[in-house]
Design a protein around this ligand. Structure first.
Ligand SMILES: [Zn+2]
Length: 400
């Protein structure tokens, strides 16, 4: 582990650039850092010799010559990415290039509190490490995403509305008992944004990731970095009002987009439609399953159920209404929508697009693209791994 303490600032920059351009060439690294070819070659040769960088395979360069792919050396160790949602838990052991080596998903309920949930996380971490033949010592860094506002510096949730029992709880200390590796905690949507940024190799500089699940949140990428705001609550868009006459939200206000368009609202509307006799299909599902969720509404919608389509349209419209203001304010090139809502299908996306394009200023939507997150359900995990690697590189000893 200590093999990378005492590196120079230049060497750390090469490592970080290699991580962010995984599979890039020597030439690419030199170019990105503004180093001369000979300086970059010297640094890279040194890092390869120390076992920090590896040259993997060959890639065709534009001139027809072949160049080596640079990547962080697998021998550095592994990362653990943890993505805690309000109702689901994803955890993975990842290589330094964020390749999943072992992964597990299960249902959870964060309202059980940090003691119960993190005890389960610790068991799963041990099991997954064992499954890919690693121990606690090989873990370089741990990244964890949680569904609430996080003070990133101290790694704690601050007044999380969906998980009050976690307020001020030190997630870091709970995980540090088993590992010497540093633990980094961030909001789940920020990590989805970081995951997409890493996938894009920073080729997009200004975009948003909207997560629609039990709640609604927004990850913000500005100038190629995740923007967290002054106190870490940037992108808390779920409580923007979209209807002055709307229902009361758990935050105390009325008509928040979260209480009107997120997963529970869609379920509520579906149950109402089923019970009011507006949809035979949803009523049938409710009878056989005893419950309904967004996936059922999506199924019914695709099968031509008018009530289900009405619900999807309404939720998409309300989300679009909120998003239109955000787009006017921020002017992103892309908006990626992720979370459980993506299971509902393309009609939701179409409704969001229509609503945004109708309400936003022409200049902010001229080149705007709105789509589901390309990384899909992996976005949070990949983001947790990216956070772990990026921050671990930052805190490792840089020689003066
Ligand atoms: Zn609210």
């Amino acid at each position: 582990m200590e093999r990378w303490s005492g590196l120079t600032a230049d060497e750390m920059q090469v490592l970080e650039t290699t991580f962010w351009s995984s599979g890039g060439s020597r030439h690419g690294v030199a170019e990105r850092l503004g180093f001369s070819k000979s300086k970059a070659n010297g640094l890279i040769a040194g890092l390869v010799e120390q076992g920090l960088l590896a040259e993997a395979g060959l890639q065709r360069s534009s001139g027809g010559r072949r160049a080596e792919n640079l990547q962080l050396n697998d021998a550095l160790g592994v990362l653990i990415g943890i993505d805690i949602g309000a109702t689901s838990l994803d955890i993975a052991v990842l290589g330094p290039d964020l390749r999943p080596l072992a992964q597990h998903t299960e249902a959870t309920d964060v309202r059980q509190g940090p003691g119960v949930v993190l005890a389960r996380v610790r068991v799963l971490m041990r099991e997954l490490l064992a499954r890919c033949g690693h121990g606690a010592k090989q873990v370089m860094g741990i990244g964890i995403g949680v569904p609430g506002p996080v003070n990133f510096q101290i790694g704690q949730l601050v007044n999380p509305p969906l998980m009050p029992a976690w307020d001020g709880f030190s997630i870091r200390d709970a995980l540090r008992e088993d590992y010497t590796a540093p633990v980094f905690v961030d909001n789940d949507v920020n990590l989805m944004a970081l995951g997409e940024l890493w996938r894009l190799k920073r080729s997009l500089q200004n975009f948003l990731v909207i997560k629609v699940g039990t709640g609604i949140g927004c990850g913000i990428v500005v100038h190629g970095e995740v923007y967290r705001g002054a106190a870490g609550s940037a992108g808390d868009v779920g409580h923007i009002c979209v209807d002055q006459e709307g229902p009361r939200c758990h935050c105390g206000n009325v008509g928040c987009v979260e209480v009107m368009a997120a997963g529970p609202a869609i379920t509520r509307m579906a149950v109402q439609a089923a019970e009011a006799g507006e949809s035979e299909m949803l009523a049938e599902r409710l009878r056989t399953q005893g419950r309904l969720d967004a996936v059922d509404v999506g199924h019914a919608g695709r099968a031509g159920d008018a009530a289900a389509n009405g619900i999807i349209q309404r939720a998409g419209n309300l989300l679009g209404q909120m998003l239109a203001s955000v787009v006017n304010f921020f002017n992103p090139s892309h908006v990626f929508i992720g979370g459980g809502i993506t299971h509902i299908g393309p009609l939701f996306l179409a409704a969001v697009r229509q609503s945004v394009y109708q309400r936003s200023l022409a200049l902010s939507t001229r080149h705007l693209e709105i789509q589901y997150t390309p990384l899909g359900p992996q976005a949070g995990l990949i983001g947790a791994g990216a956070l772990a690697m990026q921050e671990t590189l930052k805190v490792r000893g840089i020689a003066p």
